[in-house]
Design a protein around this ligand. Structure first.
Ligand code: ASP
Length: 340
Protein backbone atom coordinates (compact mmCIF):
# COMPACT_ATOMS: atom_id res chain seq x y z
CA UNK A 1 0.00 0.00 0.00
CA UNK A 2 1.35 3.45 -0.83
CA UNK A 3 2.07 5.71 2.14
CA UNK A 4 -0.54 8.26 3.05
CA UNK A 5 0.52 11.67 4.31
CA UNK A 6 -1.12 14.65 5.87
CA UNK A 7 0.40 18.04 5.09
CA UNK A 8 -0.42 20.67 7.68
CA UNK A 9 0.15 24.16 6.39
CA UNK A 10 0.45 26.69 9.23
CA UNK A 11 1.94 29.71 7.43
CA UNK A 12 5.40 31.24 7.13
CA UNK A 13 7.47 32.26 4.14
CA UNK A 14 7.24 28.89 2.40
CA UNK A 15 3.60 29.38 1.53
CA UNK A 16 3.95 32.76 -0.10
CA UNK A 17 3.24 33.20 -3.80
CA UNK A 18 3.00 36.29 -5.99
CA UNK A 19 -0.41 37.62 -6.80
CA UNK A 20 -0.62 37.66 -10.61
CA UNK A 21 -2.14 41.11 -10.73
CA UNK A 22 -0.50 43.03 -7.93
CA UNK A 23 2.81 41.15 -7.71
CA UNK A 24 2.50 41.19 -3.91
CA UNK A 25 3.36 38.09 -1.87
CA UNK A 26 0.38 36.37 -0.31
CA UNK A 27 -0.26 32.91 1.17
CA UNK A 28 -1.09 30.25 -1.40
CA UNK A 29 -4.39 28.43 -1.33
CA UNK A 30 -3.77 24.89 -0.26
CA UNK A 31 -6.28 23.49 -2.78
CA UNK A 32 -3.85 24.68 -5.47
CA UNK A 33 -0.92 22.70 -4.17
CA UNK A 34 -0.88 20.23 -7.07
CA UNK A 35 -1.17 23.08 -9.56
CA UNK A 36 1.76 24.80 -7.94
CA UNK A 37 3.84 21.68 -7.50
CA UNK A 38 2.76 19.18 -10.16
CA UNK A 39 5.80 17.13 -9.22
CA UNK A 40 3.86 15.91 -6.17
CA UNK A 41 1.65 13.89 -8.51
CA UNK A 42 4.66 11.79 -9.42
CA UNK A 43 4.85 10.43 -5.91
CA UNK A 44 3.10 7.19 -5.35
CA UNK A 45 1.65 8.54 -2.09
CA UNK A 46 -1.78 9.58 -1.01
CA UNK A 47 -1.29 13.20 -0.01
CA UNK A 48 -3.93 15.26 1.73
CA UNK A 49 -3.65 18.64 3.33
CA UNK A 50 -5.18 21.03 5.76
CA UNK A 51 -4.42 24.67 6.28
CA UNK A 52 -4.62 26.74 9.44
CA UNK A 53 -6.99 29.68 9.46
CA UNK A 54 -5.60 32.18 9.83
CA UNK A 55 -2.19 31.30 8.44
CA UNK A 56 0.42 32.77 10.72
CA UNK A 57 3.88 34.18 10.65
CA UNK A 58 5.62 31.92 13.11
CA UNK A 59 6.52 34.87 15.33
CA UNK A 60 2.88 34.64 16.40
CA UNK A 61 3.09 31.01 17.50
CA UNK A 62 1.59 30.47 20.95
CA UNK A 63 0.84 27.57 23.31
CA UNK A 64 -2.70 27.30 21.93
CA UNK A 65 -1.22 26.91 18.43
CA UNK A 66 0.99 24.04 19.67
CA UNK A 67 -1.95 22.30 21.31
CA UNK A 68 -4.05 22.70 18.16
CA UNK A 69 -1.25 21.22 16.06
CA UNK A 70 -0.84 18.30 18.46
CA UNK A 71 -4.60 17.69 18.43
CA UNK A 72 -4.70 17.64 14.61
CA UNK A 73 -1.95 15.02 14.58
CA UNK A 74 -3.68 13.08 17.36
CA UNK A 75 -7.05 12.98 15.62
CA UNK A 76 -5.51 11.99 12.27
CA UNK A 77 -2.88 9.65 13.66
CA UNK A 78 -4.47 6.38 12.60
CA UNK A 79 -5.43 7.62 9.15
CA UNK A 80 -1.95 8.65 7.94
CA UNK A 81 1.53 7.15 7.89
CA UNK A 82 3.31 10.46 8.33
CA UNK A 83 2.87 14.20 8.75
CA UNK A 84 4.60 17.18 7.15
CA UNK A 85 4.21 20.55 8.84
CA UNK A 86 4.85 23.66 6.77
CA UNK A 87 5.87 26.31 9.30
CA UNK A 88 7.71 29.63 9.42
CA UNK A 89 11.36 29.26 10.24
CA UNK A 90 11.57 31.88 12.99
CA UNK A 91 10.12 29.73 15.76
CA UNK A 92 10.23 26.34 14.06
CA UNK A 93 12.77 25.04 16.59
CA UNK A 94 10.41 25.93 19.46
CA UNK A 95 7.42 24.30 17.77
CA UNK A 96 9.31 21.14 16.85
CA UNK A 97 10.64 20.89 20.41
CA UNK A 98 7.20 21.40 21.88
CA UNK A 99 5.54 18.86 19.60
CA UNK A 100 8.15 16.29 20.59
CA UNK A 101 7.00 16.62 24.21
CA UNK A 102 3.27 16.86 23.52
CA UNK A 103 3.28 13.71 21.36
CA UNK A 104 4.25 10.90 23.72
CA UNK A 105 4.89 7.46 22.18
CA UNK A 106 5.11 8.95 18.70
CA UNK A 107 5.76 6.15 16.25
CA UNK A 108 5.27 8.04 12.99
CA UNK A 109 7.23 10.83 11.29
CA UNK A 110 6.28 14.43 12.02
CA UNK A 111 8.53 16.47 9.74
CA UNK A 112 8.66 20.24 9.97
CA UNK A 113 9.92 22.25 7.05
CA UNK A 114 9.76 25.76 5.65
CA UNK A 115 11.93 27.99 3.54
CA UNK A 116 13.93 31.17 3.44
CA UNK A 117 12.49 32.23 0.07
CA UNK A 118 8.78 32.00 -0.73
CA UNK A 119 7.54 29.12 -2.86
CA UNK A 120 6.37 31.66 -5.42
CA UNK A 121 9.91 32.88 -6.05
CA UNK A 122 11.81 31.09 -8.83
CA UNK A 123 14.94 30.51 -6.72
CA UNK A 124 12.97 29.22 -3.74
CA UNK A 125 14.49 26.67 -1.39
CA UNK A 126 10.93 25.71 -0.43
CA UNK A 127 10.38 23.28 -3.28
CA UNK A 128 13.33 21.06 -2.39
CA UNK A 129 12.65 21.27 1.31
CA UNK A 130 9.03 20.31 0.81
CA UNK A 131 9.66 17.45 -1.61
CA UNK A 132 12.35 15.90 0.58
CA UNK A 133 10.26 16.33 3.72
CA UNK A 134 7.42 14.49 1.96
CA UNK A 135 9.71 11.67 0.89
CA UNK A 136 11.17 11.30 4.39
CA UNK A 137 7.74 11.38 6.05
CA UNK A 138 6.61 8.60 3.72
CA UNK A 139 9.72 6.42 4.03
CA UNK A 140 9.08 2.99 5.52
CA UNK A 141 11.03 -0.17 5.92
CA UNK A 142 9.29 -3.48 6.55
CA UNK A 143 6.10 -1.54 7.13
CA UNK A 144 7.64 0.65 9.86
CA UNK A 145 8.41 4.36 9.39
CA UNK A 146 12.14 5.04 9.18
CA UNK A 147 11.92 8.29 11.16
CA UNK A 148 9.32 7.85 13.91
CA UNK A 149 10.01 11.18 15.58
CA UNK A 150 9.59 14.96 15.32
CA UNK A 151 12.27 16.33 13.01
CA UNK A 152 13.14 19.40 10.98
CA UNK A 153 14.14 19.02 7.34
CA UNK A 154 16.10 21.93 5.96
CA UNK A 155 18.68 22.33 3.21
CA UNK A 156 19.73 18.71 2.70
CA UNK A 157 19.61 17.76 6.35
CA UNK A 158 17.14 16.09 8.62
CA UNK A 159 17.66 17.06 12.26
CA UNK A 160 15.99 16.03 15.50
CA UNK A 161 13.52 18.86 16.10
CA UNK A 162 14.32 19.38 19.77
CA UNK A 163 18.05 19.65 19.03
CA UNK A 164 17.91 22.54 16.58
CA UNK A 165 18.29 26.32 16.60
CA UNK A 166 17.65 28.77 13.80
CA UNK A 167 21.07 30.33 13.50
CA UNK A 168 20.97 32.09 10.13
CA UNK A 169 18.41 34.51 8.73
CA UNK A 170 20.08 34.75 5.33
CA UNK A 171 21.47 31.41 4.21
CA UNK A 172 19.36 28.53 2.98
CA UNK A 173 21.20 26.52 5.56
CA UNK A 174 19.23 28.15 8.41
CA UNK A 175 19.26 25.53 11.15
CA UNK A 176 21.95 23.93 13.22
CA UNK A 177 21.90 20.91 15.47
CA UNK A 178 25.05 21.63 17.44
CA UNK A 179 24.96 18.70 19.81
CA UNK A 180 23.40 15.93 17.80
CA UNK A 181 24.27 14.43 14.40
CA UNK A 182 21.82 14.75 11.50
CA UNK A 183 19.18 12.04 11.32
CA UNK A 184 19.61 11.96 7.56
CA UNK A 185 21.66 13.66 4.88
CA UNK A 186 20.24 14.19 1.45
CA UNK A 187 22.23 14.15 -1.76
CA UNK A 188 21.79 11.74 -4.62
CA UNK A 189 20.56 9.32 -1.96
CA UNK A 190 18.83 9.91 1.32
CA UNK A 191 21.27 8.50 3.84
CA UNK A 192 19.57 7.77 7.13
CA UNK A 193 21.71 7.78 10.25
CA UNK A 194 19.94 4.81 11.79
CA UNK A 195 21.94 4.82 15.02
CA UNK A 196 20.81 8.37 15.76
CA UNK A 197 17.11 7.97 14.96
CA UNK A 198 14.80 7.14 17.89
CA UNK A 199 13.40 3.62 17.86
CA UNK A 200 9.62 3.13 17.77
CA UNK A 201 8.09 1.75 20.98
CA UNK A 202 4.80 0.63 19.34
CA UNK A 203 2.78 2.04 22.23
CA UNK A 204 -0.36 4.13 21.80
CA UNK A 205 0.11 7.81 21.07
CA UNK A 206 -0.69 10.07 23.99
CA UNK A 207 -1.38 13.72 23.17
CA UNK A 208 -0.61 16.09 26.04
CA UNK A 209 -2.44 19.39 26.07
CA UNK A 210 -1.53 21.20 29.25
CA UNK A 211 1.20 23.81 29.22
CA UNK A 212 2.24 26.19 31.96
CA UNK A 213 3.79 29.43 30.71
CA UNK A 214 4.85 30.77 34.11
CA UNK A 215 8.49 30.64 33.18
CA UNK A 216 11.22 33.12 32.26
CA UNK A 217 14.51 33.03 30.36
CA UNK A 218 17.28 35.01 32.00
CA UNK A 219 20.29 35.48 29.76
CA UNK A 220 23.50 36.46 31.52
CA UNK A 221 25.78 39.15 30.17
CA UNK A 222 28.79 40.85 31.73
CA UNK A 223 27.44 43.85 33.59
CA UNK A 224 23.98 42.45 34.29
CA UNK A 225 22.61 44.41 37.23
CA UNK A 226 21.12 43.25 40.48
CA UNK A 227 17.85 44.98 39.65
CA UNK A 228 17.49 43.12 36.33
CA UNK A 229 18.17 39.76 37.97
CA UNK A 230 15.87 40.48 40.91
CA UNK A 231 13.08 41.80 38.67
CA UNK A 232 13.05 38.63 36.61
CA UNK A 233 13.39 36.26 39.55
CA UNK A 234 10.73 38.22 41.44
CA UNK A 235 8.00 37.84 38.80
CA UNK A 236 4.71 36.94 40.48
CA UNK A 237 3.62 33.35 39.90
CA UNK A 238 6.97 32.32 38.42
CA UNK A 239 7.55 28.56 38.59
CA UNK A 240 10.66 28.02 36.51
CA UNK A 241 13.63 29.95 35.12
CA UNK A 242 15.95 29.03 32.30
CA UNK A 243 19.25 30.64 33.23
CA UNK A 244 21.35 31.03 30.09
CA UNK A 245 24.86 30.80 31.44
CA UNK A 246 28.29 31.04 29.87
CA UNK A 247 30.26 28.13 28.39
CA UNK A 248 30.02 24.96 30.44
CA UNK A 249 27.38 26.48 32.75
CA UNK A 250 29.33 29.26 34.42
CA UNK A 251 28.03 32.44 36.04
CA UNK A 252 29.29 35.38 38.10
CA UNK A 253 30.26 34.59 41.67
CA UNK A 254 29.03 37.91 43.15
CA UNK A 255 27.42 37.47 46.51
CA UNK A 256 24.22 39.34 45.52
CA UNK A 257 23.81 37.10 42.49
CA UNK A 258 24.20 33.83 44.38
CA UNK A 259 21.90 35.14 47.13
CA UNK A 260 19.20 36.02 44.59
CA UNK A 261 19.36 32.54 43.05
CA UNK A 262 19.34 30.86 46.47
CA UNK A 263 16.29 32.84 47.54
CA UNK A 264 14.48 31.89 44.29
CA UNK A 265 15.19 28.18 44.74
CA UNK A 266 14.01 28.44 48.36
CA UNK A 267 10.63 29.59 47.00
CA UNK A 268 10.41 26.30 45.05
CA UNK A 269 11.11 27.96 41.70
CA UNK A 270 13.27 25.66 39.61
CA UNK A 271 16.33 27.18 37.89
CA UNK A 272 17.53 25.30 34.83
CA UNK A 273 21.15 25.95 33.89
CA UNK A 274 21.39 26.03 30.07
CA UNK A 275 24.45 27.16 28.14
CA UNK A 276 24.48 30.11 25.74
CA UNK A 277 26.77 28.04 23.46
CA UNK A 278 25.32 26.28 20.43
CA UNK A 279 27.53 23.27 21.05
CA UNK A 280 28.77 21.57 24.21
CA UNK A 281 27.29 20.85 27.58
CA UNK A 282 26.72 22.33 31.04
CA UNK A 283 29.00 20.72 33.60
CA UNK A 284 28.44 22.34 36.96
CA UNK A 285 31.59 22.03 39.06
CA UNK A 286 34.02 21.99 36.16
CA UNK A 287 35.03 25.59 36.89
CA UNK A 288 35.03 27.47 40.16
CA UNK A 289 32.40 29.77 38.66
CA UNK A 290 29.84 26.98 38.58
CA UNK A 291 30.55 24.98 41.76
CA UNK A 292 28.24 27.12 43.89
CA UNK A 293 25.44 26.93 41.31
CA UNK A 294 25.31 23.17 41.79
CA UNK A 295 25.57 23.48 45.56
CA UNK A 296 22.63 25.87 45.88
CA UNK A 297 20.42 23.61 43.77
CA UNK A 298 20.42 24.76 40.15
CA UNK A 299 19.43 21.97 37.77
CA UNK A 300 21.94 21.25 35.00
CA UNK A 301 20.51 21.16 31.48
CA UNK A 302 23.47 19.29 29.94
CA UNK A 303 23.46 20.05 26.19
CA UNK A 304 19.80 21.01 25.81
CA UNK A 305 18.97 24.00 23.60
CA UNK A 306 17.15 27.01 25.04
CA UNK A 307 14.24 26.29 22.68
CA UNK A 308 13.93 22.75 23.92
CA UNK A 309 14.41 23.78 27.56
CA UNK A 310 11.57 26.29 27.18
CA UNK A 311 9.26 23.68 25.72
CA UNK A 312 10.23 21.05 28.26
CA UNK A 313 9.69 23.34 31.22
CA UNK A 314 6.24 24.50 30.01
CA UNK A 315 5.32 20.87 29.37
CA UNK A 316 6.50 19.44 32.69
CA UNK A 317 5.01 22.30 34.74
CA UNK A 318 1.78 21.90 32.76
CA UNK A 319 1.72 18.23 33.67
CA UNK A 320 1.94 19.31 37.32
CA UNK A 321 5.49 18.23 38.15
CA UNK A 322 7.20 20.13 40.97
CA UNK A 323 10.17 19.78 43.33
CA UNK A 324 12.52 16.80 43.11
CA UNK A 325 10.46 14.98 40.50
CA UNK A 326 10.59 18.02 38.20
CA UNK A 327 14.35 18.38 38.74
CA UNK A 328 14.87 14.73 37.94
CA UNK A 329 12.83 14.88 34.72
CA UNK A 330 14.57 18.06 33.58
CA UNK A 331 17.85 16.14 33.71
CA UNK A 332 16.49 13.03 32.00
CA UNK A 333 16.19 12.73 28.21
CA UNK A 334 12.46 12.26 27.54
CA UNK A 335 12.48 12.58 23.73
CA UNK A 336 16.19 12.51 22.93
CA UNK A 337 16.49 16.24 23.71
CA UNK A 338 19.67 16.02 25.79
CA UNK A 339 22.68 13.85 26.38
CA UNK A 340 23.00 13.24 30.13
N1 ASP B 1 8.79 35.32 9.58
C1 ASP B 1 8.66 34.07 8.88
C2 ASP B 1 8.07 33.06 9.85
O1 ASP B 1 8.75 32.53 10.66
C3 ASP B 1 9.97 33.64 8.37
C4 ASP B 1 9.97 32.31 7.67
O2 ASP B 1 8.99 31.67 7.43
O3 ASP B 1 11.06 31.88 7.31
O4 ASP B 1 6.90 32.81 9.77
Amino acid sequence: MPSSLLIIYTGGTIGMVKDRETGALQPFRFENIYKMMPVLENFDYKIEGIAFTPLIDSSNVSPSFWVKLAEIIGSNYEKYDGFVILHGTDTMAYSASMLSFLLENLNKPVIFTGSQLPMGVVRTDGRDNFINAVEIAAARENGTPIVPEVAIYFENKLMRGNRTNKFNAENFNAFVSGNFPPLAEVGVHIKYNRNAILKPNFMNLKVHKKLDTNIAILKLFPGITESVVKSVLGIKGLKGVILETYGAGNAPTDEWFIAALTETIRKDIVIYNVTQCKGGSVEMGKYETSITLGQIGLVGGFDITTESATAKMMFLLGEGYRGDELKELLQTPLRGELTA
